[in-house]
Write a protein that binds this ligand. Structure first.
Ligand SMILES: Cc1ncc(COP(=O)(O)O)c(C=O)c1O
Length: 497
């Protein structure tokens, strides 16, 4: 029931404040309300109960297992929230002068440095993109700016493997490029011969995800990098899912020229559908001049000035703007990016340190491989059984569909009745009836074992009572929605009857 429907005339939520609230005298009469505001009249207890119950209808990583492949729904440590919400950070106005923002800027500078180091991007990092897709846009825009700056105007083709996330071809198109799609081999690697066939004087670059969206590490990456560079193109790394390689392998060392990182996945800041996010970008030296602004710079304080200051800082931090970086592709967000998300990512990176980052990669891959093998043991079909999984893997329920008509969507919906979020389904498009499963590094063995047990039970249900499974979920606040209508024709407005 909506809170408006609980309204009773005259009921109040809070004790009356001792002073009457009066409109300030300087408000123009035309702007004053003439009708009541129309808020529900409810008691404080009703409010507390209503919103607490609403919050419990949400499915979240804090409540349940959430193995959503490619989306990395891992635990977001509370320490990151509480430190990012220290009053000094929370109350800082985004337009505050640099002199009053040195603490915040020093954290951002350190975050830039840590991300550049862990990705091997020697040209530096800009933190300003507000999502993974915007980071991709920044990356391809920088690649195009590089070619144009060298007077190379014919390069307008971006190569994208067919396994890529949809944002890759969308980004290339948004940047005015032509997308050249290349196939993935049956073993999960990029088809290098097909790549050779599309490389040429029009090649601006390639967008690669490694490990790819099918969850395997691209074994030919060094050969691919050499081929693309020899053809005059640059390499873009979709680093949305960096947790598989964090601290162990660096995209810069693989030959990539640009990368975006989904800090809202790998660096454990909260995210849900559509944000909030931060898609920091890193570049090799040749793309450094094109990084989006602002970028935080650390400047050594001159000895004389330092001596005069109290306490004596060795450095100060400043934001580099368009005047400092004339070749920059420009500004992608207001102020210096998504400050709250960036601060959480900073704390997370500092908490982990070098050794912790390696452990992230080790447990992300260990958990994925354990789960893949256990699901195979109970009867699921792995799409790439001969490959070691990275942080995620694909199961296909094509055999179950053939046997009883039960689809990947039915498995996903049925999981909800067991308190488990659906894996990503029907992506990537290469594998029919696929479930892309990412346990993440933060789940315990017991949770993974319970998931296997529930999946085993669903395999039985699919054969024993397929019609019931096609009707799942039965226990959620809403059942199956018309996905297309929900996306295209969403109507969430409340109308008083
Ligand atoms: C592989 C990959 N690339 C890019 C993106 C885009 O990131 P965002 O959703 O933050 O725009 C995602 C997000 O799901 C992804 O999984």
């Amino acid at each position: 029931m909506l809170i408006f429907q609980q309204s009773q005339p005259g009921r109040a939520a809070a004790a009356q404040l001792p002073m009457p609230i009066e409109a300030p005298d300087d408000l123009p009469a035309a702007l004053l309300r003439s009708t009541p505001i129309g808020l529900p009249e409810v008691s404080e207890l009703q409010v507390a109960r209503h919103y607490t119950n609403l919050s419990r209808k949400n499915f979240s990583i804090d409540t349940n297992f959430y193995p959503l492949g490619s989306c990395t729904m891992k635990y977001n440590p509370r320490a990151c929230h509480s430190l990012a919400m220290l009053p000094g950070f929370l109350n800082r106005h985004p337009s505050a002068p640099e002199a009053l923002s040195q603490g915040f800027l020093s954290c951002m500078w350190e975050l830039q440095e840590m991300l550049a180091e862990v990705t091997g991007m020697k040209g530096g990092v800009s933190l300003t993109p507000m999502a993974g897709a915007q980071g991709e846009f920044a990356g391809v825009a920088m690649i195009m700016a590089y070619h144009r700056q060298r007077g190379d105007h014919q390069r307008n083709e971006i190569i994208v493997p067919d396994a890529a996330h949809g944002t890759n071809p969308a980004t290339a198109t948004m940047c005015g490029c032509v997308v050249r799609e290349i196939p993935t081999l049956d073993n999960g690697d990029v088809d290098v011969e097909a790549l050779r066939g599309v490389l040429g004087p029009k090649t601006a670059g390639i967008m690669l995800t490694n490990p790819s969206t099918i969850g395997v590490f691209e074994r030919g990456i060094c050969e691919i990098a050499a081929m693309v560079h020899a053809a005059g193109g640059l390499l873009y790394y979709d680093g949305a899912n960096l947790n598989a390689i964090l601290g162990r392998v660096r995209p810069g060392d693989m030959g990539f020229d640009a990368i975006h990182m989904n800090l809202h996945k790998t660096f454990s800041t909260p995210h849900g559908g559509g944000g909030p996010g931060a898609g920091a970008v890193g570049v090799s030296e040749r793309l450094a001049p094109f990084l989006p602004i602002p970028i935080v710079e650390r400047v050594a304080v001159e000895a004389a000035a330092a001596a005069a200051a109290a306490p004596t800082p060795a450095h100060r931090f400043r934001l580099l703007e368009a005047r400092d970086r004339p070749l920059s592709i420009g500004r992608l967000s207001t102020f210096a990016g998504n400050a709250g998300v960036l601060l959480r990512a900073y704390v997370y990176a500092r908490l982990l340190g070098r050794a912790g980052m390696r452990r992230v990669a080790e447990f992300a891959t260990l958990n994925a491989n354990y789960l893949a093998r256990r699901l195979a043991e109970v009867g699921f079909t792995l799409a790439y059984p001969e490959r070691r999984a990275s942080h995620e893997f694909i199961v296909t329920v094509q055999p179950q569909k053939k046997a009883s008509g039960v689809t990947a969507l039915d498995f996903s919906k049925a999981l909800l009745d067991h308190g488990i979020h659906a894996p990503t389904n029907y992506f990537p498009l290469l594998v029919p009836e696929c479930l892309l499963i990412e346990p993440t590094e933060t789940e315990s063995k017991e949770t993974l074992d319970r998931f296997v047990e529930v999946m085993r039970q669903l395999l039985e249900d699919a054969l024993r009572d397929p019609e019931r499974m096609k009707g799942a979920p039965y226990s959620t606040p809403v059942r199956r929605l018309d996905d297309v209508k929900a996306a295209r024709d969403l109507d969430l407005a409340y109308r008083a009857s």
